[in-house]
Design a protein around this ligand. Structure first.
Ligand code: GMT
Length: 378
C-alpha cells in the first residue's frame, strides 16, 4: 500500500507515534510518504520505502499568519497524484484533518478517491480543539474523515463528550518497539550522572503547563530528603525556567540535571530507577510507556488515559492530580527497598508488552483497508 503520513515533526508524542508507525509500515513492505514542514526527529534513516516531502510555506508580508493549511493541502494533492498514494493518515486533528479534507475534495474533482484516516492524540481534542475558536472546524474535519482513531478509550470518551461526532472512533493504543529497549547501556554514563548509591529519577516531556513540572520538582524534593537521588529532566519548553528557579529556591540545583531535548531517551531511561508523570491531563502518556518498556516504574497522576497504561501497584502507582504527598510516599515505597524496586522494574517491563509495535500496527493496516473499501464503494 502507498501510505501518506501527515504529522508534527517535533519531539511531541503525536509526531513520535506517527514516525515510528511509518518506519514499521515501511518494514512491513508499504511505501510510506511523510509530508510535513521538517523531517521528523526520529526519522533518521530514509530508505527506498520511506520518503519525506517537505511542506514549504512561502512567507509574504501581507500575511499576519502564514497559511500552512493551504500549503499542506496543495502538497497532499501533488504527492497523492505523483506517488499514487492510496490512503492519507493524518496525526493530530489540527489543522491536519482539515487540510486533508480539502485535498480530498480537490482530488475528487480529478476523479481520484483517497480515504482520510485521522488519529486523535490528545491536546488536539482536550486542550486546543475544543476551544470555541476551533471547535466548529475540528468537528467538521473529524466527521468528514473516512476513519477516526484515538490513542485511548479515555480520549474517545472525551471526544464524544466535547464534540458532536457522528463518525465511529476506533481505539488503537500507542505502541512501542520493544526491541529498541532490550539493549543495555549501563556502561559509563550512569556514573557521569549519579553516584552508585543514588537512585536516578527521570521526567521526560515538552515542559508545558499541562505536565505540572512544579509537581515533578516538589515530588523529587521530598524523595531526596529520604533517599539519596538525582533527577534527570529531559526536554525543553515554557516551564523549564520556572523549574530551574524552583530547584535553586529549594536548594537542590546540584541534584537536578536539565538535559534538554534528546534523541536517546532509551539510554537515559536505561539507568533510571523511577519515572515521574504528574500531568494535569494526558490522553495516553507515551513517555510513561517508554519508561515501562525500559523497566522503569512510573509514579503518575490518574488522569485521562494514563490508567490504561500504568497499572496501579504493578508498573507503578497513580494518584489524583496534585496529590504530591501520596506520590512521594509511593515513590519511597518503591525506591526504599531494593527487592521491591527490582520487582516493580520487571513488572513495569512486563506491563509494556501488550503495547508491542508488532501487535498494534496491524490494527492500523486493518483501518486503512476498511477506509479504502469504504471509498471504493462510494
Ligand atoms: O505530550 C504532549 O503534550 C504532546 C502531545 C502531542 O500531541 O504530541 O501528546 C499527546 O499525544 C501523545 C501521543 O499520542 C500522548 O501520549 C500524550 O498523552 C498526549 N498529550 C496529552 O494529552 C497532554
Amino acid at each position: 500500500m502507498n501510505i501518506g503520513i501527515v504529522c508534527y515533526p517535533t519531539f511531541g508524542g503525536s509526531g513520535v507515534v506517527a514516525t515510528e508507525l511509518g518506519l514499521e509500515l515501511s518494514k512491513r513492505g508499504h511505501e510510506v510518504h511523510f509530508m510535513t514542514y521538517r523531517q521528523p526527529v526520529r526519522l533518521e534513516l530514509l530508505n527506498s520505502k520511506l520518503h519525506f516531502h517537505e511542506v514549504n510555506v512561502p512567507e509574504y508580508p501581507l500575511f499576519h499568519y502564514q497559511p500552512y493549511e493551504l500549503a499542506l493541502s496543495s502538497k497532499l494533492v501533488d504527492m497523492v497524484k505523483l506517488h499514487k498514494i492510496d490512503v492519507l493518515h493524518v496525526h493530530y486533528a489540527i489543522p491536519h484533518a482539515y487540510a486533508a479534507y480539502m485535498a480530498k475534495k480537490m482530488l475528487h474533482e480529478e476523479g481520484i478517491n483517497v480515504p482520510i484516516v485521522t488519529t486523535l492524540h490528545g491536546t488536539d481534542i482536550t486542550l486546543v480543539g475544543s476551544h470555541p475558536h476551533y471547535k466548529t472546524a475540528v468537528t467538521f474535519s473529524i466527521n468528514k474523515s473516512d476513519a477516526v482513531t484515538s490513542v485511548s478509550q479515555s480520549l474517545k470518551e472525551d471526544t464524544l463528550r466535547l464534540f458532536n461526532v457522528e463518525t465511529d472512533i476506533k481505539v488503537i493504543p500507542n505502541f512501542i518497539d520493544l526491541e529498541k529497549y532490550q539493549s543495555q547501556f549501563n556502561d559509563c554514563q550512569r556514573a557521569m550522572l549519579a553516584e552508585n548509591h543514588e537512585r536516578v529519577i527521570t521526567h521526560v516531556s515538552n515542559f508545558r503547563p499541562v505536565k505540572r513540572i512544579e509537581d515533578v520538582i516538589k515530588v523529587f524534593y521530598n524523595i531526596q530528603k529520604e533517599i539519596p537521588a538525582k533527577l534527570m529532566m529531559v526536554g525543553e519548553g515554557p516551564e523549564k525556567k520556572v523549574a530551574e528557579l524552583l530547584c535553586e529556591q529549594l536548594g537542590i540545583g546540584n541534584k537536578v540535571k536539565f538535559l534538554g531535548k534528546s534523541n536517546e531517551i532509551d539510554k537515559i531511561l536505561c539507568y533510571s530507577d523511577l519515572f515521574l508523570l504528574p500531568s494535569e491531563t494526558e490522553s495516553f502518556g507515551l513517555a510513561a510507556l517508554e519508561a515501562m518498556a525500559s523497566g522503569v516504574p512510573v509514579i503518575s497522576s490518574n488522569t485521562g488515559g494514563i490508567p490504561e497504561v500504568n497499572i496501579q501497584g504493578i508498573s507503578g502507582y497513580l494518584s489524583a492530580v496534585g496529590n504530591i504527598e501520596e506520590m512521594v510516599q509511593n515513590a519511597i515505597k518503591i525506591l526504599g527497598d531494593e527487592t521491591k524496586l527490582q520487582q516493580f522494574k520487571s513488572q513495569a517491563k512486563h506491563a509494556s508488552i501488550r503495547f508491542d509495535i508488532h501487535t498494534i500496527v496491524p490494527f492500523y493496516e486493518a483501518v486503512y483497508n476498511e477506509a479504502l473499501l469504504k471509498c471504493i464503494s462510494i
